[in-house]
Design a protein around this ligand. Structure first.
Ligand SMILES: O=C(O)CCC(=O)C(=O)O
Length: 307
């Protein structure tokens, strides 16, 4: 499995990321990594609920919100899961796997993902933040609602990208995620769709996520979607709107791994509606302070030139 990046990130790719808030990189991970992740996915998806989300006990003890969220995720009651975790017919999501499924920790720490992020966004240092996996069964009509991720993160900074990679082929027409080019430059005060935000309810002064379907035929809006093979990856700016992606393929499941990363100059900005983070309750984050907790957010890559 490759730990070195097998491709050279070009200036054009860096410029595309800066301009569009999203860039496709082909062939970043070799087929051994992809087979390994496919196997890991097959293993976790067949676990019983009680065997998922086995986080360190102290993380749950110190963070009642996280503890409640994990119980909802493991619930055998579909209604409860649906209320809090976006699970829907034919759509499964897991997160925080790096803490409870060692294959995903290995990917985060040993694959060239962090280097790829650093080279695309121009960071000197790259730390791991959080992860999630999204699966849509063949012929799953559930669309991912249009959203950007920034409102859900308890941190501020330009460099909090997501690396989105399908474990099996996806096609732009049938199963890809879609992106709105340049939407990372648009002012947005949307209320996120996190477990905590749903419990609190949206305050009147915060808007809902903009539904880009309304502008589907507007020639000024660039909707982007890609045909992708295992090993390809999309890097996404935290403020770029993305969504769509029902899986209309008749036989091929759509399984995507999203890993989120911290680059340079990221500061805590804890708000009660943000995501829960294992090992770092919102109440312990000091507003405006840089991210330094190596045990929770390992520093995975440094640019040699910045040492
Ligand atoms: O793959 C999906 O359906 C959703 C992915 C997503 O929204 C994300 O990674 O932020």
């Amino acid at each position: 499995m490759n730990s070195e990046l097998p491709i050279t990130v070009t200036q054009e790719q860096r410029d595309t990321y800066r301009r569009d808030g999203v860039v496709l990189i082909r062939g970043a991970f070799d087929q051994d990594w992809m087979a390994y992740l496919q196997q890991a996915w097959q293993r976790i998806r067949h676990l019983s609920p009680a065997d998922t989300y086995r986080l360190p006990a102290e993380f749950l003890a110190q963070d009642p919100n996280l503890s409640e969220e994990i119980s909802a995720n493991r619930s055998e009651y579909a209604a409860q899961r649906k209320l809090y975790t976006e699970q829907a017919e034919g759509f499964i999501r897991f997160k925080y796997m790096r803490w409870w499924a060692p294959e995903f920790a290995k990917f985060v720490l040993e694959s060239p993902a962090a280097e790829l992020i650093g080279r695309v966004i121009g960071a000197n240092h790259v730390r791991f933040f959080v992860d999630a996996i999204f699966m849509k069964e063949p012929d799953c009509q559930t669309r991912t609602y249009w959203h950007s991720d920034q409102a859900a993160w308890p941190a501020l900074g330009e460099q909090i990208p997501t690396l989105w990679m399908p474990l099996y082929p996806v096609s732009a027409e049938l199963s890809s995620l879609e992106y709105i080019a340049g939407s990372h430059g648009v002012e947005d005060n949307s209320w996120p769709n996190t477990f905590n935000a749903k419990k609190l309810g949206r305050p009147r002064e915060r808007s809902e996520y903009f539904d880009w379907e309304q502008r589907r035929s507007d020639p000024a809006v660039r909707f982007l979607a890609y045909d992708m093979q295992p090993g390809d990856a999309v890097i996404l700016h935290p403020a770029t709107y993305h969504g769509g992606g029902a899986n209309l393929h008749p036989t091929q499941p759509r399984v995507a791994l999203s890993t989120r990363w911290f680059g340079d100059a990221v500061r805590w900005d804890p708000r009660p509606e943000c995501i829960n983070i294992p090992g770092m309750p919102l109440s312990t984050m000091q507003s405006g302070q840089p991210v330094t907790q190596d045990d929770i957010f390992p520093l995975v890559w440094c640019d040699e030139a910045s040492r």
